[in-house]
Design a protein around this ligand. Sequence first.
Ligand SMILES: [Zn+2]
Ligand SMILES: [Zn+2]
Ligand SMILES: [Zn+2]
Ligand SMILES: [Zn+2]
Length: 401
Amino acid sequence: MEDFEYWNIDNLAKTIETQLNVEATNELLELKNEVDKQLDFGERKTMIRYLYTIVDTSASMKLKDLKPSRLACTFELLKTFIENFYDKNPLSHLGFGIMKETKMSQLSDLAQYSREHHTKLSQLKESDSNEISLKNSLEIAMELLKQTPLYASKEILIILSANSSSDPGDINETIEELKRLKIKVSIIALSCKMFVCKKITENTNGTLDLATNKERFRDLLIKYANPSVLNLDAIQVTLVPIGFPAKRTEEIKVIKNPNKPAESLFVKTLCSCHDSKMDSQHYICPRCKGRNCDIPAKCGICNLNLISASLLARSDPVPKFSLIRVFLHDEMRENGRYEYETMHLQELLGIQTKCSSCSEPFEGSLKTVKHVSCCPTCKSFFCLKCDVYIHDSLFNCPECI
Ligand SMILES: [Zn+2]
Ligand SMILES: [Zn+2]
Ligand SMILES: [Zn+2]
Ligand SMILES: [Zn+2]
């Protein structure tokens, strides 16, 4: 009896943390924890971001405190960062620049998904000079971000290894201009937190972090890949047209032999987004009927944002599902308690006795700990497997849609 977690009606009603009988392995619980950790629900997220990332390539990037070297480690982690960024911000743009000998040069354009980032980053080399200029770099990035739409959030992320900056003129003027343009600057420092970095990030609403080891560096990049909290002061709220294209395979039926069924012949046609690429599968723009190779992207003809509903949902994660454990023991059944408590729980949950998603019944063998997840919005109940699937792959609560 003492092992039984008694259900308090008031607490349940208040927290809506309700749970029935589903067996859950430790592995599933760990997975749920992993997925939940990345959810930062409660605040509205920025859906359209223009993030310009500047990588320091000064001689200090040759240091081997991050293995195999600071630059090689940065490149390795940035590969995952790029995938993560596009995965979580399907309507956003990402671009790269490098700081080298007090100058900044553009590595890749601000773009929706682009392979160019990977190829250009893989060619990076450390320079022989230890000099960099934060002021020059910020000014060039600022010029690029000036041209972005007013409804988008403008962000600069600097990966900084050098521990000094040679700036011509007054950096305070640059900070004022960044503030005026509402550009958020965040810095991941690999050596130390310089005072000037603190000043830049504090004044522009960004953050300054020190990557003391590879794991910390990776976590920080995950943080910047996740959609940032929406700051209504930094953007102009407007309606953005978005189209949901249909995927179409172009084929014709050919009857070669009248005694046999017609055969499909795939027809390759030109797309509107490349110069001379031919394919038989395209996404058809709902506005101009133009053929596009991939989504998310802007239509090659009418410039409409093309995306699928499931991709769009990634910018707005499903809230964390609450989880409570129930202990049920054979003795309870023997003395009638099991039946009573189960009925009691079912009364609280209504008549739901199976997972809202996969219909797996919330019944398991006795003498085990059972788990059920509850969506705080629609109050539907799910098994743990579905909870993980919803947060990790589906990005939509099937009952909330
Ligand atoms: Zn194309
Ligand atoms: Zn179009
Ligand atoms: Zn399920
Ligand atoms: Zn729901």
